[in-house]
Each structure stands twice: as C-alpha cells, then as structure tokens.
Design a protein around this ligand. Structure first.
Ligand SMILES: C[S@@+](CC[C@H](N)C(=O)[O-])C[C@H]1O[C@@H](n2cnc3c(N)ncnc32)[C@H](O)[C@@H]1O
Length: 235
C-alpha cells in the first residue's frame, strides 16, 4: 500500500521499453542514472537548496523537461517516466547540456508519490498523458480522482498544475474530474486561454505528431486553491 495514499499499487499500462537502446544510451543508463535518480524514500532530499521544485509526469522524449531545466537553472526538476527509452533520452540531454538541476524517477508516478510531502511542489506538468481513446480503455487513463487528489496534496497553495491534451474525450474527462475535485481554480475566460501554448513552450515529439495528424493541442492551467484558515476542508 502507498504510505500517504493508502491505495494499492496500480497496474502500469503502456510501454516500459521500446526499441533497444543504443550503446551510448545503455552506457548512460548504466553509468549515470544512479547519480541523478531520486531516492523514493526521500524524493525531495537532494533538491532542498533550489528556489522551487517542479515535477513533470510522463516526460516521454524529455524535450520539455530539458528545455525548462535550461530555462530555469535555479529550479529543481523531477522527471517521472516508466519508459526506459525516455529515461535514456533525458540522460543524453542532461549530459549534452551539463544540467545539474534534474532528478529522475524511472517508474510509475504512484510509486514516486508515496513519500512526497504535503504542499512541497511548486508546479506540476502532465503533458499529453497517454490518451487511451477507446471507451473500454478509459479506465487506464492516468488522470483520475485519486491522482488529482494527490496533485492537490503535494502542490503548494497558489501553485499551478498544467495539463495538455489533443484528445477531446480526454479533455472532457480530465476537466470534469479536476473541477469536481473542488481544490483547483481554473481561470480561463475564453478559448484563446487554452489554445495558446504555455509561455516558452518548446513543443514535444508527441505534440508534433498530433499536429501532423490534424489534432488540436489544448493547454490547461489550474491553480491549487489556498487553504482557508480555520475551515475544516480545503476549498
Ligand atoms: C503520450 S506520452 C507523452 C510524452 C510527453 N509528455 C510529450 O508530451 O511528448 C505519455 C507518457 O506518459 C508516460 N506514462 C504512462 N504511464 C505512466 C505512469 N503510470 N507514470 C508516469 N508516466 C507514465 C508514458 O511512458 C509516456 O512517456
């Protein structure tokens, strides 16, 4: 059982491994991953000296996290990804740009979350989570009430959750659940608010494919509501 969440481990859907790693990638995983892999028992331990902490869940080819880590050298980044080839890409980018502000967790977000303290993270990105577009596969989607509750638990009040998707049924699904949770403000006023990429957005390989195939990116930002003093619940 997860210590904080009292929920059983989930089954991991999707790929854990793709095409064989190149020799260079395999050497990076063997030699470098342990140096920047975070300790799941104390996930924020090596990041306390950063101004703030930013988490990306399911970073895929690592385009976004690498870009943001270069852009914000005083922020500590955590990338969570079960797909080994994604981990290898992140390691290659970290080596190339000599980044020191990224820690990686190779595995399931639920395992990572076990020991993350309450109100300890300044930003969460979940960008193009696996869409599982067939109704019979909706239950495999990562964004569910329990994960949203975890986002709320670990985010500092006033800080942002970013969710991007190109799949209309996932967008409806996620918006409904995030707003139903009640702990997030969604300040969008008009369609331009979710049609406009996030500031400094570098795009990703997944997004480029979605655009080629005629799907429209949507970029949502939610703000973790402050805790109302003396109120029994966080609203
Ligand atoms: C569609 S890809 C998008 C990748 C990237 N965010 C992008 O925009 O290019 C979804 C990613 O989520 C990862 N993922 C799937 N299940 C996950 C889980 N349980 N915990 C963390 N990441 C997961 C997948 O391995 C994959 O890399």
């Amino acid at each position: 059982m997860n210590k904080n969440t009292s929920t059983p481990y989930r089954r991991l859907w999707g790929r854990a491994k793709g095409k064989p790693l190149s020799r260079y990638q395999a050497a990076l995983v063997a030699d470098k991953l342990h140096g920047i892999a975070l300790d799941v028992d104390a996930p924020l331990a090596g990041l306390r000296h950063y101004d703030n902490i930013r988490l990306e869940i399911g970073f895929g080819g690592a385009e976004h996290i690498l870009h943001r880590a270069l852009e914000h050298p005083n922020t500590g980044f955590i990338g969570v990804e079960p797909f080994l080839n994604g981990i290898a890409k992140a390691l290659a980018g970290i080596e190339k740009s000599k980044l020191t502000n990224i820690r990686l967790f190779h595995g399931d977000v639920w395992k990572f979350l076990e020991n993350v303290p309450n109100a300890s993270v300044d930003h969460i990105d979940i960008l193009y989570p696996d869409p599982w577009p067939k109704p019979r596969h909706y239950k495999r989607r990562l964004i569910k009430q329990d994960l949203i509750a975890e986002f709320h638990r670990i985010l500092k009040p006033g800080m942002e959750l970013h969710f991007a998707s190109d799949i209309p049924s996932y967008i409806d699904w996620a918006l409904l659940r995030i707003l139903q949770h009640g702990g997030f403000n969604w300040d969008a006023q008009c369609a331009a608010d979710w049609q406009t990429p996030y500031a400094g957005w570098p795009s990703t390989r997944y997004e480029a494919k979605a655009l080629r195939e005629g799907r429209t990116p949507h970029y949502f930002s939610f703000v973790r509501k402050p805790v109302i003093k003396d109120a029994a619940a966080t609203i």
